[in-house]
Ligand binder design. Structure first.
Ligand SMILES: Cc1ncc(COP(=O)(O)O)c(C=O)c1O
Length: 382
């Protein structure tokens, strides 16, 4: 009898294709020899396609946090003012990184579930005057919010000669993000989300404008020194030993993205997101974020009164083999988060909604089993 495959419907890490899994079983190679040089070159070419950039791109053997820390610590000198909208756990962590580098965060505190607007950023830029950079979370994974004003914020950064650093860890490859067109100077993504790769790598793009600043940063970090990475990248190497099996996986995942094409990939993510939101509505649940800034890659849903978050996820996991995430920090018990990213399709979306309906019903929430699935199916087949 075939056992049912588990679905990892978390906002990262995510389900992987067999192709990506198998790529990791290739033999280990020397990272100072031609075979690795070719692998590195192939990855960079395809990364530039995914980032939609002509800028330099780097692959770091580190989780996403390392990528964001690399970005901030190469840009921020002591006492530099950096604008940072805080509207969830990950933007709060970005602010803490600015503080650790001796920078002075100029915080824009927002209600969780909302996103910063271009007008709010412009107002701070005018008021503060001597700001060096804007640090922005494009997709706040803890609240399921995407900053839809990012292109306008990019224009504000250019007009005021500010460096724009963007954490796009849970969105790049799953929703629109043309790095050069939107004027993003440093952009960070993690391997384990929309790229459909295992966890353990972070990718960073760096613009010419950013290089001018980075070269003058007094205390660049030793391990994450971008200037050193650039020096080694010129010979298709990394300064220190790279996680070669993960590089193989990334190479394969990027080839798959190229084969699919970015536009088709974004459409697949947005269709699945629409199916999730329609199902949520049909089940009389409420998404957590403000409707205008809902994410296409992380679906955050309020738990109805009387439904225990941990119990619900336990039923989904143990009885249906579907893992979804709870909330974080102050939203720990009050929301669940579903990853709608990577290889997501109808094949993963429908069983997730089925599991959710069944768990809600088991916990006495008055749900008409089947209505969520029906609403989602209409999205896929209309
Ligand atoms: C937006 C965002 N930034 C940073 C991180 C941290 O990434 P990691 O856990 O890979 O270090 C995450 C992880 O979920 C994230 O979603």
């Amino acid at each position: 009898m075939e056992t049912k495959k588990s679905l990892i419907m978390l906002p990262g890490p995510t389900n992987l294709s067999d192709r990506v899994m198998q790529a990791m079983t290739k033999p280990i190679i020397s990272h100072r020899e031609p075979e690795f040089h070719a692998l590195h070159q192939s990855i960079l070419n395809n990364l530039r396609y995914v980032f939609q950039t002509k800028n330099d791109v780097f692959v770091l053997t580190s989780s996403g946090t390392g990528g964001v820390y690399c970005a901030i610590s190469n840009i921020v000198n002591p006492n530099d003012k950096v604008i940072i909208p805080v509207f969830g756990v990950f933007s709060q962590r970005m602010k803490e990184k600015i503080v650790r580098c001796g920078g002075k965060p100029v915080e824009l505190p927002l209600k969780w579930g909302e996103a910063p607007t271009a007008e709010q950023i412009e107002h701070i830029v005018e008021k503060e005057g001597d700001v060096k950079a804007i640090a922005l979370m494009y997709n706040e994974t803890s609240t399921g919010v995407t900053v839809r004003d990012l292109p306008k914020i990019g224009r504000i950064a250019r007009e005021n000669n500010l460096i724009l650093v963007v954490d796009a860890i849970s969105v790049l490859g799953g929703d629109r993000l043309p790095v050069d067109e939107w004027g993003i100077d440093v952009c960070v993504v993690g391997s384990q989300k929309c790229l459909a790769c295992p966890p353990g790598l972070a990718m960073v793009s760096v613009s010419d404008r950013a290089w001018e600043v980075i070269e003058k940063t007094a205390a660049r970090p030793y391990y994450f020194d971008l200037v050193k990475m650039k020096e080694f990248s010129a010979k298709n190497e990394t300064p220190y030993t790279p996680a070669v099996p993960l590089f193989y996986a990334l190479d394969e995942a990027l080839k798959m993205i190229r084969e699919e094409g970015l536009e088709k990939r974004f459409k697949r993510h947005s269709t699945c997101a629409r199916a999730f939101y329609k199902a949520v509505e049909a089940l009389k649940l409420k998404p957590f974020p403000n409707e205008k800034v809902r994410s296409n890659t992380v679906i955050a849903v309020n738990m109805p009164a009387g439904v225990n978050n941990t119990e619900l996820r336990k039923i989904m996991r143990e009885q249906h083999k579907v893992s979804v995430a709870g909330g974080q920090s102050k939203l720990k018990e009050s929301i669940i988060r579903i990853g709608c990213l990577g290889i997501i399709s109808e094949k993963e979306t429908i069983p997730t909604i089925e599991a959710l309906e069944d768990a809600l019903s088991a916990l006495q929430y008055p749900v008409q089993v089947g209505t969520g699935v029906e609403a989602a199916r209409r999205v896929f087949h209309s």
